[in-house]
Each structure stands twice: as C-alpha cells, then as structure tokens.
Design a binder for this molecule. Structure first.
Ligand code: KG4
Ligand code: ZN
Length: 338
C-alpha cells in the first residue's frame, strides 16, 4: 500500500517489448519502464521469436528494478503482481510470467494473469481518469484487430476480429513491399501524409453484410501486385501515393465497422487501443466519424497504445478487485481467447 492505495507491480513481455510498471489504485502510473527490442529485430524485418525471448531474459530483472526505483517503492509495498499470460509469443510470455511468479512466491504476493488485449483496452482508463464502461472498443495492433463490446471492467465480448492478418501486420508487410523498413506502421503513417489517398483504388473488404470481422490479406496482395506490375511496365512508383491509398482502404473499413458496431449496440463511447491506434489518420477519421454520430471518442497517448506494463497493471487491479487470483501453476497461453 502507498498512501492507502493498492500498489500493482506489472510485467509485460508478450512480443518485443520488455516492460515493468508500478500502478496505484489501477489508474495512477508511478513508473512504466519499456525496453524496446525494435532495433534488434529491424535487421530481420520483423520480430524473431527466439531472439525476443533471449532479450526479455536479459532485460526483465533490470526493468523491474528500474520500475521499483522510479516509483520509490520496495517489494514490501506491493499488493499484487500482474502479468500478461497470453496471447503472444510463447517463449516471450514465459519470461515475464516466470519472473512474475518468482516475485510473487518470494514476496508472498498474489499473482494475477492478464489477457494482453484486456490490457490494451485498460490503457484508456489510465489516460482518461473519468472513463467507465460500458463502451465499444477497437483494438488494432500488430497481432490483433478486434471490435470488443466492453460491458464492465472484467466483462467483454468480441463482436468482430480479423480472419487473417492483423491491421498492424498488414501495415508492416506493405511497408516492407514499399521498402520502408520495420516497423512499418509509423513509417506509412508519416509518408502517407505526403500522398494522395485516392491515387490507387484498393478494394475495401467488408465481408458479409453486417459482419464485424476483417480481412486484410487481400489488400496486402493488392499492393504487392500493383508494385510488381508497375515495376514490370518500367513505371515509377509513387511510394507516398501507394502508402496513402493502402492506408485509406484499410482505415475506411476499420472506422466504418467500429462506428457501426457502437451504433448497433447502442454505445455512446468508443475507445481505441493497440499500436495502430496511434495512427494519425485513423484518429482523425474516428474523430470526424464520432462527431458526426454524436459519439465520444477516447484514445490513449502513443506510449500507452503500444505494448507497456502500465496497462497490464490497470487490468490486474480490476481483476483483483473482483476477487480474482491465480495459482503459481498459471501457464502461458499463446492463443488465449478473450
Ligand atoms: O500494440 P503493439 O505495440 O504490439 C502488439 O500487441 O502487436 O502494436 C505494434 C503494431 C505494429 O504492427 C506497428 O507497425 C503498429 O502497431 N503501429 C502503427 C503505428 N504505430 C505503431 N501502425 C500504424 N500507424 C502508426 N502510427
Ligand atoms: Zn499489444
């Protein structure tokens, strides 16, 4: 406890960020240390799971120590330990989970396993102190694209998800085709600002009528085919135009389905979460669409959109308040359903 408030030590290691945070009463972040491996994986053009695990192992104790130090707390002050146990890369998850279990056992603190997507959604509670459920959530990251109906802090229902690539994955793959490097999302976001989103007509994939699912693999192939046919014809490729056109096609579908879901389920708030939620065009489109429909829009700052432990600490706190505790036998679940 600190000043009568519950203290959570949280650990996140599901992909390529090793992070530890100290969160007070679920929403007040005292520290949020993130060791990014982007530079390590950049040379491979994507995350290499085995290498990610090794770096998590090298970094995890240091980020926990730094998080404790920055918060000015000792392990004795901690009331619970929250940790991501899925979904994610199994080797990466195991490092964070084993570390959390070790601290929980050594310090005699309760362990609380958190679903990574639940964590992403909870980033909004940190960023917006007055936000409360119910609302519609759009989770768009490198591994996930979900429309989630959030009815309470620990209750939600997935209404739609991707049937193939995640939105961030599509950004990363298209960026690779365009020679923009990894991670592609921020690079496409930047270069698209100089391009014409109507320059190339890429198909908007809405799937069956009323479906809230997504499919992004077709547009990825569409970009590849466009680039190859231009090259074969000896024509120049305007990278900014292709990036802007790809982005617009993807975001038209994401924005329409998310706003449509909120209206259909009679929600007056939409929250955005995940790495792609920091995309400037998506934010602008969602702001415009929500304003038109009279919906409130919430989005965390970029540092809380991408993977971080503070969001996991927030989710753990609400599970703790609901009486949930996990055994030290808790295992990593790479394809954990929401
Ligand atoms: O949430 P996150 O850090 O990791 C996962 O849980 O997957 O998301 C990473 C993804 C990457 O695919 C990255 O390219 C994408 O988020 N991303 C963006 C932007 N910033 C990060 N995509 C589009 N625009 C951005 N500004
Ligand atoms: Zn994530």
């Amino acid at each position: 406890m600190k000043d009568g408030k519950l203290v959570t030590l949280a650990i996140e290691s599901s992909c390529d960020e090793t992070s530890a945070a100290i969160v007070l009463e679920g929403r007040q972040v005292l520290s949020n240390i993130i060791a990014s491996q982007i530079k390590v994986h950049q040379v491979f053009g994507g995350v290499v799971p085995e290498i990610a695990s090794r770096h998590h192992l090298d970094n995890v104790n240091r980020v926990v120590d730094e998080a404790m130090k920055e918060a000015g707390l000792q392990m004795g002050d901690v009331d619970m330990i929250g940790v991501t146990y899925g979904p994610g890369l199994v080797g990466a998850l195991l490092i964070g989970l084993a570390t959390a279990k070790a601290y929980a056992l050594a310090a005699g603190k309760p362990l609380i396993g958190v679903h990574h997507i639940q964590g992403h959604i909870c980033a909004n509670y940190i960023a917006h102190p007055d936000l409360e459920p119910p609302f519609m959530a759009l989770v768009v990251s490198g591994g996930h694209t979900n429309i989630v109906e959030v009815t309470d802090y620990n209750q939600c229902r997935v209404l739609g998800q991707t049937r193939d690539d995640a939105a961030g994955e599509a950004y990363d793959k298209v960026a690779r085709v365009l020679g923009l490097g990894y991670p592609g999302g921020p690079k496409i976001d930047k270069i698209a600002k100089e391009g014409n989103p109507a320059a190339v007509e890429f198909k908007r994939v809405f799937l069956e009528k009323d479906s809230l699912d997504f499919s992004f693999s077709g547009i990825k192939t569409g970009v590849l085919n466009y680039v190859n046919s231009r090259k074969q014809a000896g024509c120049e490729i305007n990278t900014a135009d292709v990036a802007a056109s790809f982005q617009q096609a993807v975001l038209d579908v994401i924005a329409a389905k998310t706003i449509g879901a909120a209206l259909k389920m009679k929600k007056d708030k939409i929250v955005m979460a995940g790495g792609v939620a920091s995309n400037s065009r998506l934010r602008a489109m969602m702001e415009e669409g929500c304003k038109k429909e009279g919906l409130a829009l919430y989005c965390p700052p970029p540092v809380l959109c991408t993977d971080n432990a503070a969001m996991i600490g927030c989710a753990a706190y609400y599970k703790y308040q609901a009486g949930e505790r996990d055994e030290l036998t808790l295992d990593a679940v790479p394809h954990l359903p929401l």
